[in-house]
Design a protein around this ligand. Structure first.
Ligand code: DGT
Ligand code: CA
Ligand code: CA
Ligand code: ZN
Length: 567
């Protein structure tokens, strides 16, 4: 969920309390207890400042949070969870808890399915729905069966996958089993996809050395062998392949994928008279097999430029590698600042002064401080008057900082396409990000026109998290990104690649489209907390997957050029 070294955000605390409430309800516990947890979760997720630093007494003084729950919050901050939650979890199958992640299924439904039909997993539910046993239950009908099946399909397609943050936690947990320099994490993790199905590792250390180590750190051993071993770590699958050192390049190439890339590469090999697989390349005419200890040797052998893992999707990169015309991708070390950060003026944790220090620590030339506008009631948004006062504070901070705080705003694009602050105020700001935070269910054409009116507004520089998706939780809203991209090019508006691992919005596919049509990408971490500035690397990786070069990404501009662009 989150690493113990980091303090949990309010959102993460609320999630734990909410889960507690749901599990209590599944167990049919006292309704007041159920409600106390869900109400506390609700209050915390809307609370304006971070709770992690508060002591039990201050927590208990917040309306809606009693002494009991204040204690739980402290436990969450200190240990990542709390005892009562772990106890109730141990009495309920994990697969049953997973049912809660299906859209439209709450604890009441789960409890009924569990007690009446012994449904304990998504697979169980699917079987019951397909054999029409659900509709026999009181209060459930044919429609319900259909909606369950649809929710299962949606879930399987995307939300069974890990965020980059979860994948990093799993990767960090398994790394100690391997000796540095003898292994590589492959698969979608290495390609930098925005969500990760499972973790794949290739190692040259032998199975008899690695297997006992894996056994000791895994929650569960799924399958153990000399050629491959699969374990479950933090509830997620990890596949390990053992390779001879002289074949490591071939195995790594194969397991990095993607599958489509592998297939394309195999076709290229065939056209040159070779047979390529995870052990090497067979020269069919000469009848000899060649082995490769590194990927670089394989690309060289096939007379092509090496393809970085981020591009291996069969989106045209193989052809470009053969003609040695791959693009020069943006790099982390070219990033000169963060274009979307919240301060304690809205729902962020750091003061302006602290933002400047953080920027200096990261070696940034600038940070765009972009707090919410006041229309977003939940997050202590800024009105015109507060923007003025904030401007003064930023000016003061900038006098003694090598990292320039740029005065920005994340202004709401309201349902009718107008913005949450008057034009006059927006005109005073150095960078304006406009984002949709409400009314997600608008019809596609209306939503598209709503966002287009922000694109067309002279004050707006960047469209924030343009599709609104929250990974595993909220689908992108219906929007015609092609139209948005075209209009963004015409108006010189940038599109954000929101680097939060919960969003990664826009993603690789849209970035490729945007940069292909000359639209700039603005990477913003959307940091609310000091630990979240690190999300920049997810944003950079996503831009690389979208074929963005340095000049396509606004963050590579120096502060002077950026401000000139924004004016
Ligand atoms: P994921 O785990 O769903 O995020 O995606 P990947 O890409 O990590 O896929 P995974 O874990 O199923 O397999 C790892 C790599 O192994 C994959 O990227 C390419 C390779 N691979 C798996 N199945 C096949 C296959 O049927 N044919 C070929 N050519 N390669 C495969
Ligand atoms: Ca994988
Ligand atoms: Ca796998
Ligand atoms: Zn936002």
């Amino acid at each position: 969920m989150f690493s113990a070294a980091m303090e949990p955000t309010n959102h993460q605390i609320a999630e734990q309390l909410n889960l507690m409430s749901e599990l209590l309800e599944i167990r049919g516990e006292n309704v007041f207890k159920v409600r106390a947890f869900s109400r506390a979760a609700d209050i915390i997720s809307r609370y304006g400042s971070p709770l992690a630093p508060l002591d039990e007494k201050s927590l208990a003084s917040i309306p809606g949070i009693g002494k009991n729950i204040a204690g739980k919050i402290r436990e969450i901050v200190d240990t990542g969870t709390f005892r009562e939650l772990e106890e109730i979890k141990s009495g309920i199958p994990d697969s049953l808890i997973e049912l809660l992640r299906l859209e439209g299924i709450g604890p009441k439904t789960v409890a009924t399915l569990w007690t009446r039909l012994s449904v304990e997993s998504i697979d169980d539910l699917e079987r019951e729905a397909r054999s029409h046993r659900i509709r026999a239950l009181r209060g459930f009908g044919e429609k319900k069966e259909e909606s369950f099946l649809k929710a299962i399909a949606v879930y399987r397609e995307q939300s069974g996958r890990m965020t980059r943050l979860e994948a990093d936690a799993v990767a960090d947990r398994v790394r100690p089993a391997f000796t540095p320099g003898t292994y590589e994490i492959a698969g979608s993790y290495r390609r930098g996809r925005s969500t990760i199905g499972d973790i794949d590792v290739v190692t040259t250390e032998p199975a008899h050395v690695i297997n006992p180590r894996l056994r000791s750190l895994a929650d569960e051993v799924i399958d153990e062998g000399d050629k491959r071993t699969s374990v479950r770590v933090l509830g997620k699958r990890v596949d390990v392949r053992f390779s001879r050192p002289q074949q490591f390049g071939s195995m790594l190439l194969y397991l990095t994928g993607s599958k489509a890339f592998n297939i394309r590469l195999r076709e290229i090999a065939i056209s040159k008279g070779f047979k390529l697989n995870e052990y090497g390349i067979e020269d069919r005419t000469a009848g000899v097999r060649r082995e490769f200890s590194s990927e670089a040797e394989i690309f060289a052998f096939l007379s092509m430029d090496p393809v970085v893992p981020e591009l291996r999707e069969d989106w045209g990169e193989v052809e470009r590698a053969l003609t040695r015309s791959l693009p020069e991708l943006v790099r982390q070390d070219a990033i000169r600042g963060d274009l979307h950060v919240h301060s304690s003026w809205s729902d962020g944790r750091l003061t302006i002064e602290q933002l400047a220090r953080k920027g200096e620590e990261l070696g940034y030339e600038y940070i765009v401080c972009s707090d919410h506008s006041a229309t977003l009631g939940i997050a202590h948004g800024l009105d015109a008057e507060a923007v003025g006062r904030q401007s003064h504070e930023i000016e003061l901070a900038n006098r003694s900082s090598s990292c320039r705080i740029i005065h920005g705003i994340e202004v709401d694009i309201l349902a009718d396409g107008t913005l949450g602050l008057p034009s006059r105020t927006l005109g005073d700001l150095e960078i304006v990000i406009a984002s949709v935070h409400s009314g997600f269910s608008q019809e596609r054409d209306i939503m598209t026109r709503r966002v287009l009116s922000a694109v067309e507004n002279d004050h707006v520089d960047i469209i924030g998290h343009p599709t609104g998706r929250i990974l595993g939780r909220r689908q992108p809203y219906a929007i015609d990104m092609d139209r948005v991209i075209d209009r963004a090019r015409e108006t010189g508006t940038a599109l954000e690649c929101n680097a939060s691992p919960y969003r990664l919005d826009i993603d690789d596919v849209e970035i490729r489209k945007a940069v292909g049509r000359g639209v700039r990408i603005a990477i913003g971490t959307d940091a609310h907390d000091p630990s979240e500035f690190e999300y920049m690397r997810y944003g950079v990786t996503t831009c690389r997957r979208g074929w963005a070069s340095g000049s396509d990404v606004l963050n590579t501009l120096g502060v002077r050029d950026l401000l000139e662009w924004g004016s």
